[in-house]
Design a protein around this ligand. Structure first.
Ligand code: FAD
Length: 418
């Protein structure tokens, strides 16, 4: 494989990762031919607002663009919009679009993202999901005041929709199969604060309950629940996770392992093809090179920068600390690192009443930090924790727990280096 910069780069997927890879390629002053192919009809837009301000119709139908129209035009790329890439012909070095057009590449970037998972339930056709602007348009016009909404799944997206809907005057029921909200990604302490806030807002939160079937009854639905009870509603929306869009990669023989499998440089099993964002799984050096897949905005942005560098022949390693946020009511949640990697928790109770929970692994190394508070008041603690996680720091439990102890000093005195 030659190492000189490619003349022609094709990006599949015009979401966060795809578009920001294009931006980053141009920021690196690469002047080659750039083609982006995306299957959604809209100009590339931000996804996180869909479940937040998007629920409120006064915010208009569209989500903010990933880059302004002027900046997009300055990228000097060919944007094949509303077209699906159907196959990748690796021998010819070309992708084939659903209208039959073959688009050759020197380097290919797969940024195909993920799609909302649909629960396998009898009558599940009635369920709405939220991944795209088109999904939001369908959902939003049904969220009229006093409409009864059932949200299946107490994860981030389901809870953000619940918060937005109850604020619009809907009657909201959330059904979560686990006994804790957001149980895959946050500790119980954070989940409990969020649960209390939803109950205060009037959301009927039911934990440890699933849905067995959905029957249409006139214009409404009747849901049979796993505890034997039933419930009627006007709208059913599910937020039960997402599935990576890997079919295109799998069909052309690329390795897939809970996402398109890439190495630490985001390169697939074919050296001319890279992948990034929600669609890929990658080995993370901070977590023992465990292969992880993240569905997080900042991950998509960071992958884009690494992709652009490496597509142009660089050797940047993907080792940034995972970070995720969610907004519900006036609360801001933030999570740095991987909660699942922690075996021991330390709580820092701040003078303003907010708590930050740090997670340590078996070696006493800081591997996660999470918290929830009004606005962005915990942001500084989480940011410092993020830096310490990146430095493989092994702070003392007493230092983490003491709100008067300045975490920044660990970075300065070298003890932040694990
Ligand atoms: P995507 O944004 O999914 O883009 C992939 C694009 O590729 C899509 O347009 C897809 O249709 C297209 N595509 C797929 N296959 C093909 C094909 N064969 N041909 C052409 N095009 C194709 N993250 C946070 O950190 N915080 C949040 O608060 C948050 N809120 C969110 C709220 C919602 C409702 C959603 C859906 C996501 C949220 N996220 C949040 C996650 C974040 O938006 C994603 O991690 C990010 O969008 C991933 O970017 P991506 O480019 O990898 O994938």
């Amino acid at each position: 494989m030659t190492t000189h910069p490619p003349e022609r780069v094709v990006i599949v997927g015009a979401g966060e990762c795809g578009i920001r890879t294009a931006v980053s390629l141009r920021e690196q002053r690469w002047g080659g031919e750039l083609i982006v192919i995306g299957d959604e009809p809209e100009a590339p837009y931000e996804r996180p607002p869909l479940s937040k301000v998007g629920i409120d119709p006064t915010h208009g139908a569209d989500s903010p663009p990933i880059v302004s129209a002027d900046r997009f035009a300055a990228l000097d790329l060919e944007f094949i919009r509303g077209a699906t890439v159907a196959t990748i012909d690796r021998e010819q070095g070309a992708v084939v679009v659903d209208n039959g057009r073959a688009v050759p590449y020197d380097r290919l970037v797969l940024a195909t993202g993920a799609r909302a998972r649909r629960p396998a339930i009898v009558g599940g056709e009635a369920i709405l999901t939220l991944r795209t602007v088109a999904d939001l348009r369908k959902l939003r016009h049904q969220l009229t005041p006093r409409a009864r909404l059932v949200v299946i799944g107490g994860g981030f997206i389901g809870l953000e929709v619940a918060a937005g809907a109850v604020e619009r005057g809907c009657e909201v029921v959330v059904l979560e199969f686990a006994h804790q909200l957001m149980s895959r990604v946050v500790p119980a302490m954070v989940a409990n604060v969020v649960e209390l806030r939803h109950r205060e807002a009037g959301v009927d939160l039911r934990l440890g309950i699933g849905v067995e079937s959905i029957d249409p009854v006139g214009t409404r639905y009747r849901l049979q629940l796993t505890d034997g009870s039933s419930i009627s509603c006007d709208v059913v929306v599910a937020g039960v996770g997402a599935l990576p869009n890997t079919e295109l990669a799998a069909a052309c023989g690329l390795m897939v392992d809970n996402g398109i499998a890439v190495d630490s440089h985001l390169r697939t099993s074919d050296p001319a093809i890279f992948a990034g964002g929600d669609c890929c799984s990658f080995p993370h050096p901070l977590y023992g090179d465990r292969r992880i897949r993240l569905e997080a905005w900042r991950n998509a942005v960071e992958h884009a920068e690494i992709l652009a560098a490496n597509v142009l022949g660089g050797k940047r390693v993907c080792d940034t600390v995972p970070w995720f946020w969610s907004d519900q009511y006036e609360l801001g949640l933030q999570i740095a690192g991987l909660h699942a990697a922690a075996v021991h928790d330390v709580v820092r109770r701040r003078p303003d009443g907010a708590e930050v929970r740090f997670g340590l692994n078996y070696d006493g190394r800081l591997v996660s930090a999470s918290g929830v508070a009004e606005g962005t008041s915990i942001a500084k603690d989480i940011r410092l924790a993020e830096m310490l996680i990146a430095h493989r720091a092994t702070p003392r439990v007493t230092e983490l727990a003491d709100p008067s102890f300045n975490l920044r000093s660990l970075l300065k005195d070298g003890r932040g280096e694990g």
